[in-house]
Design a protein around this ligand. Structure first.
Ligand code: G3P
Ligand code: CA
Length: 305
């Protein structure tokens, strides 16, 4: 009887271990793993728009990633580029633009009422053929937050924001305000919408990160790195402080960098990972989340709820 009981327990344990490996191939992924929709869900909907954020939420992201710039009237506008990108823009007259024409339309030199007249959702995107085509404008950050909050609430969810300040030294005063002013404008919107405790500010530009760290130490910060010849130690030495997150281009991420960050309790969040095999390799490496244009792929990672 006792041996029958023992056999039953062993069988139950075997079944349960088979089920958990089948559920997802990555036992390392837990409920705190951060699934981020890049520019909302760029592979599926026009980038950095409200519909893209909603689709990302539909696909179960924990965080929406987006980029911000500043208009001439100092409004915080959701946009990756400091000008209208010819790949996604249709003018108010219904025309497409050459690269040169588009880059002359600098958002920091335009009032938001004018920016709003341009469409950024109708033109087929050469790199994202699955992207649904809809008429849509570049939203204000405030407008986007209102919509995301309402939509998430209607689905019984609470969403985090990973907001990128798009600046570089050569663009100061031309494409955007100086880092202090840029940071203050963005933080004023975030504080006004009461989402600071669910927001990370990210940037490739170390200046806004350094400014916010000093002036607003409670703000969660993420250090973006695209390509570098610097060691991980030198990258952090250049920043001069320890942010909550290190967010590299996934192609440059090494096991040593993950270990360096984790020893210091810094999270590792690679971008922009658009296929399952790369996602799985990064999960094996021990990353704390993934940023993807295709949040529809996340369901196949087997994240434990
Ligand atoms: O979150 C990082 C990632 O968004 C950086 O790339 O150029 O798409 O803003 P980019
Ligand atoms: Ca970004």
């Amino acid at each position: 009887m006792r041996s029958l009981f023992r056999s039953l327990i062993i069988a139950a344990l075997m079944i349960s271990s088979c089920t958990s490996t089948k559920k997802g191939s990555n036992s390392a992924i837990g409920p705190s793993f951060d699934l981020q929709g890049h520019r909302g869900a760029r592979g599926l909907m026009p980038e950095n728009t409200i519909p893209a954020m909603k689709v990302a939420i539909d696909h179960g992201v924990t965080t929406v990633e987006l980029d911000v710039v500043i208009s001439k009237d100092n409004k915080v506008v959701v946009s990756h580029d400091p000008y209208f990108n010819e790949l996604i823009t249709t003018t108010p007259e219904g025309k497409h633009l050459t690269k040169k024409e588009a880059e002359e339309l600098v958002l920091y030199q335009m009032m938001y009422d004018e920016i709003k007249k341009y469409d950024v959702g109708l033109k087929p995107h050469p790199n994202f053929p699955k992207q649904q085509k809809i008429k849509v404008h570049k939203p204000l950050l405030s407008e986007l937050i209102d919509s995301v909050e309402d939509y998430a609430k209607s689905k019984g969810k609470s969403i985090r924001y990973n907001i990128e300040i798009k600046s570089k030294k050569s663009g100061d005063g031309v494409n955007h305000p100086a880092p202090e002013n840029f940071s203050e404008l963005v933080l004023a919107v975030i504080k006004g919408k009461n989402i600071l405790n669910r927001t990370t500010i990210q940037s490739f530009d170390i200046r806004p990160l350094q400014y916010i760290h000093k002036a607003h130490p409670v703000v969660t910060l993420s250090y973006l790195v695209e390509k570098t010849t610097q060691s991980i130690e030198d990258q952090f030495a250049a920043l001069g402080f320890q942010p909550q997150t290190y967010s590299p281009n996934y192609a440059i991420l090494t096991k040593e960098a993950v270990a360096y960050c984790h020893q210091r309790k810094i999270k590792v969040l690679p971008w922009t990972v658009n296929n399952l095999s790369e996602m799985n390799k990064l999960i094996e490496l021990g990353v704390d989340g993934i940023i993807s244009d295709y949040p529809d792929l996340f369901a196949q990672l087997g994240v434990r709820k």
